[in-house]
Design a protein around this ligand. Structure first.
Ligand SMILES: [Zn+2]
Length: 203
């Protein structure tokens, strides 16, 4: 694994009350610690470190192998959890209206016929067509498979004989819901409740 990959690895961010609020990259995490805005948490002991003491821990850990980020002065194991020292908020709760989040809300499923043909075969459909003033919003955009999109064309669902499976709404995920299982680290488990992971898989 190259250094670049290591810097892009995910790190969990806790607010000052040790509540997990979001994820960041190892690179950003180290930047925050260097600025004094955060501490690196040693997941095994919950000890909070600045770069100097983390350097000592990392050198000890390095004896057992694992990735290391080297600078002229420091030799750091990639942090997996950081604690913000001055922030007690819960992070950004607004879900950005983006292609990615729309796919996530609609679960890669055509909202008309329920098919799941894969991301390449899904399009973003404006329920009220743009040609009639339909806007790009959470409430007016849904995923549609190519066939349904073609059938609907520039018409309303009713006009084209299609029915939405559910009313499109703005999702209300907490920012943590953006953590994808594939980036999750084992060391995060103790900071994230089991309930949280189950919630994400349910409707
Ligand atoms: Zn369809």
């Amino acid at each position: 694994m190259t250094t670049i990959d290591v810097l892009d690895r995910p790190a969990l961010v806790l607010n000052k009350h040790w509540v997990a609020i979001q994820t960041t990259t190892v690179k950003e995490a180290i930047g925050l610690v260097a600025k004094g805005a955060a501490r690196i948490i040693e997941p095994e002991s919950f000890v909070a470190h600045d770069l100097e003491t983390w350097n000592d821990v990392s050198r000890a850990k390095a004896k057992f192998g694992g990735a290391v980020i080297r600078s002229a002065r420091l030799e750091l194991a990639p942090p997996e959890v950081i604690l913000l020292t001055g922030y007690e908020g819960m992070g950004e709760r607004v879900v950005v209206f983006s292609r990615r989040n729309l796919f996530k809300r609609d679960r890669f499923t055509c909202q008309y016929c329920g098919s799941q043909p894969g991301p390449e075969e899904l399009t973003i459909d404006h329920v009220a067509p743009r040609s009639r003033g339909g806007v790009s919003s959470w409430e007016n955009c849904v995923l549609a498979c190519v066939a349904c999109n073609k059938r609907k064309a520039d018409r309303s669902p009713a006009e084209s004989g299609l029915a939405l499976r559910k009313t499109p709404r703005k999702p209300s995920w907490r920012s943590l819901a953006r953590i994808e299982p594939r980036i999750r680290r084992e060391s995060w488990d103790q900071f994230l409740s089991r309930a949280y992971w189950e919630i994400e898989l349910e409707e």
